[in-house]
Design a binder for this molecule. Structure first.
Ligand code: TXA
Ligand code: MG
Length: 323
């Protein structure tokens, strides 16, 4: 595995060629780092599942370079979904739509719907465009972490997480820390009304404003049903440390809160974000830092309000869930 820290045009060409050849390329997006593979190549997709240790019936998001490519992967696209795409792509939003024949069972986990996203990070977009120049149709990319663990928001975190599972020809593109920090908003567009399956930086209010309708936020727990959405399992995004959303830390425990809260005596501060946006940005690195320091427990004061706070609380609740 090689880490490419200077993502020149030549480096992007090489990375796209590696994907075409069936290798894995981890790359930055504005949300979190993704572990990419050619979305039409069954063997390459198989490598993603092995490297992540993820059950094969969990679907992957297909990344494309622009809305113009959406109908390769999705059909019967409702007008409201096109409006969402026009409003928020490129950006941190994934649309779930009825699939075309191109989206095979190895991408959709056997479901008739496919998840598609156009990311806004420059490196992700350059890679997608070059991959399409070289004949590619879409890059499947889950977050570049082991199944159930915290998503990586830096190239270093990807390396630490996956180094022992990647092959010599695989690559990690370093694009610096991710600006959003939590995964994309997932919107189910397979029904006559949109509904949010996973909250993210594109908030319920932003979607309602763009569409001029009120919508459901229904991050359902799909336990026991056909649909497998790892981010919707009760326990996910977990560090090794045990996460507490109530109670106070004692000496040696980790502490995470907005910087308006002072650190309790003896606690180890793992981050002190100034705003909710910054809270989302540093959340996963704060959890990683807690693990690096070998902390057994982290006490968190969750952010309040709407917008990105809803996404942060969604991840916090899952990270605190008793396994
Ligand atoms: O921000 C993101 O979305 C990042 C970056 C890399 O794009 N990707 C990401 O992928 O978070 P992943 O695989 O870690 O999480 C994607 C979620 C999973 O919970 C998956 O089950 C769900 O999207 N998903 C994907 N395709 C789906 C489908 N067809 N129907 C329902 N859920 C789907
Ligand atoms: Mg993930």
């Amino acid at each position: 595995m090689s880490i490419i820290s200077n993502c020149t045009a030549d480096a992007i060409n090489d990375a796209a060629a590696a994907l075409i050849k069936g290798d894995l390329v981890a790359f930055p997006t504005e949300t979190v780092y993704g572990l990419g593979a050619d979305a039409t190549n069954k063997a390459a997709i198989g490598k993603i599942y092995n490297v992540k240790g993820r059950p094969t019936d969990h679907p992957l998001i297909v990344h494309i370079s622009s809305l113009a490519k959406l109908d390769k992967w999705a059909r019967d696209i409702p007008e409201y979904a096109l409006n969402l795409a026009r409003a928020f792509w490129p950006g941190p939003m994934t649309l779930i739509l009825p699939r075309t024949d191109l989206a095979k069972n190895f991408i959709t986990g056997g479901q008739d719907n496919v998840g598609v996203r156009v990311p806004s990070h420059t490196i992700a977009l350059s890679l997608l465009k070059e991959f399409e120049n070289q004949g590619g149709l879409g890059i499947a990319a889950p977050s570049a972490n082991r199944f159930g663990a915290v998503s990586p928001t830096t190239a270093k975190a990807v390396e630490i997480e996956l180094v022992e599972f990647l092959s010599v020809d695989d690559q990690i593109l370093d694009g610096g820390p991710c600006l959003v920090g939590v995964e994309s908003t997932i919107i189910d567009c397979s029904q006559n009304k949109p509904s949010i399956l996973r909250p993210g930086a594109i908030s319920k209010e932003m979607i309602e404003d763009a569409l001029d309708v009120s919508i459901g936020l229904n991050t359902p727990i799909f336990k026991g049903t056909q649909i497998k959405v790892p981010g919707s399992l009760e326990s996910h995004y977990t560090p090794n440390a045990k996460v507490f959303l109530t109670g106070s830390p004692t000496v040696g425990d980790g502490f995470l809160a907005l910087n308006s809260f002072t650190t309790p005596l003896g606690a180890v501060r793992v981050a002190a974000p100034k705003t909710n946006e910054e809270y989302a940005q540093v959340l996963y690195e704060a959890f990683r830092l807690a693990d690096l320091k070998g902390l057994k427990r982290v006490f968190v004061i969750p952010p309040t309000g709407d917008g990105i706070a809803v996404a942060i609380n969604d991840r916090l609740i899952k990270s605190a869930f008793e396994k």
